[in-house]
Design a protein around this ligand. Structure first.
Ligand SMILES: NC(=O)c1ccc[n+]([C@@H]2O[C@H](COP(=O)([O-])OP(=O)(O)OC[C@H]3O[C@@H](n4cnc5c(N)ncnc54)[C@H](O)[C@@H]3O)[C@@H](O)[C@H]2O)c1
Ligand SMILES: O=C(O)[C@H](O)COP(=O)(O)O
Length: 392
């Protein structure tokens, strides 16, 4: 029986992927094989010894201590692209909220009592809520991955000129992106040319407080900045200064902070970019399937700290080994298996940064002695037997 401990509100469609005869799935579950989470912060948590994987039903993994997970041999998965459309659609709403005074106009209507002469009052006051159109304006997209590429293509469909910046764009993302998106060589050029800027990059050491006084110093009048990426990417104090000094027209953000609450010019939402039924289902299903493939077969897809690796089962007995990615470990592994007279039927080894991962299909169950020998290789982090052998 595998044990999945859940945090946050995970779509039932995803939870139902786990067959109940083989999986226990619940919050507060002891001895979990895996966590299934959304934005639950794991940085201060000590992980149970049994934990083998973390499935993040979403895109951002800044709530997970990736280095510690790698050191402890814990595979972290996410759900790339599964909530991208939900965010793209909310960015559209954000652009409209930033260009038309919808929010203030609706607040005004909400403030009215039923009265004679309502129509003339509305007609008189509506000039206070006039706005501008998106068509013909320049949209700058920072980060052209799963979400940014959709936002950029949407901008073109709305009749906008679109410019983009992404120093590490993937081949798949480049394929998704229209060739009409103009590539910027640096952020300053993008900030100086755009009328709307939408952020779609992860928070990393290199991107913390990236949007600063410097970038906001030389921008088009009437700029609308949209942040559906992460609060930490933007220096809130710099944004507040830019709003006060009329360098920025609106800041539309999914990440309110104590210092930004009720600040004029800010339109803030409670982190609802991915909060649609469709996105929640897509994310939960994708991550549940990845966790099952990993727990039952040792295969890894869409990991953010381990290599992607998949090997069709050649035998019922599979051993997976995680080791630090240094020379001569594979030799030691195969030598120990050979010394214990076990035949390797198929195997695959892949590495990513500091981590190497091996899938080895054996003709027979490995003995306790052989497993002990494998575990005692200095650079080995963990050894797992998958199959009906009488040990863990
Ligand atoms: N508001 C929400 O609810 C919500 C929902 C989903 C994702 N997000 C956030 O959006 C981010 C992006 O999501 P995604 O699915 O598009 O991820 P993604 O990994 O598909 O794309 C991120 C892109 O950012 C690029 N990038 C990295 N550093 C950059 C830099 N310094 N400048 C410009 N580009 C840079 C990467 O090369 C990549 O192409 C996530 O990391 C998450 O923080 C928020
Ligand atoms: O990175 C993400 O996928 C989003 O921020 C969504 O987070 P959530 O799953 O907590 O809504």
């Amino acid at each position: 029986m595998y044990r999945i401990r859940t945090y946050n509100s995970i779509s039932v469609k995803g939870l139902n992927r786990f067959p109940r005869e083989d999986y226990e799935v619940a919050g507060e579950l002891p001895h979990p094989d895996a966590f299934l989470i959304r934005s639950q912060k794991l940085h201060d948590m000590e992980f149970p010894d049994t934990l083998k994987a973390v499935g993040r039903a979403g895109a951002g993994v800044n709530n997970v201590p990736l280095d510690r997970c790698s050191e402890e041999g814990i595979v972290v998965f996410n759900a790339p692209g599964a909530n991208a459309n939900a965010v793209k659609e909310l960015v559209l709403a954000g652009m409209l909220l930033g260009s038309r005074d919808i929010y203030e106009g609706m607040k005004f209507v909400e403030s009215l009592e039923p009265q004679d002469g309502l129509d003339p009052l509305l007609e008189k006051e509506k000039k206070r809520f006039a706005g501008t159109e998106l068509i013909g304006k320049t949209l700058g997209v920072v980060g052209l991955g799963n979400i940014g590429s959709l936002v950029a293509n949407m901008g073109l469909a709305l009749g906008m000129k679109v410019i983009g910046y992404d120093p590490a764009i993937s081949v798949e993302a480049a394929w998704r992106l229209s060739s009409d998106v103009e590539k910027m060589d640096n952020l300053s050029s993008l900030f100086s040319r755009a009328d709307y800027i939408s952020l779609h990059l992860p928070v990393l050491d290199a991107t913390r407080a990236l949007v600063s006084d410097g970038l906001l110093a030389n921008v088009n009048p009437g700029l609308v900045l949209l942040n559906f990426a992460r609060g930490e990417i933007v220096d809130n104090a710099a944004v507040m200064r830019a709003l006060q000094e009329d360098r920025l027209h609106r800041y539309v953000s999914d990440f309110p902070a104590n210092d930004t609450l009720r600040h004029p010019g800010m339109l803030q939402m409670p982190h609802i970019g991915a909060s649609t039924g469709e996105a929640e289902e897509n994310c939960a299903i994708m991550v549940a399937d990845q966790l099952m493939d990993f727990l039952e077969h040792g295969n890894i897809s869409n990991s953010v700290n381990f290599p992607n690796i998949s090997l069709p089962r050649a035998t019922p007995v599979r051993v997976t080994i995680t080791n630090r990615n240094v020379p001569k470990v594979l030799n030691q592994i195969t030598a120990i298996i050979a010394d214990h007279d076990i035949n390797i039927v198929d195997m695959l080894n892949k590495s990513r940064a500091e981590i190497a991962y091996n899938i080895i299909d054996l003709e027979a169950c490995p003995s306790e002695d052989s497993l002990e020998a494998l575990r005692s290789i200095e650079e080995v982090i963990n050894v797992r037997v998958i199959g009906s052998c009488n040990h863990s």
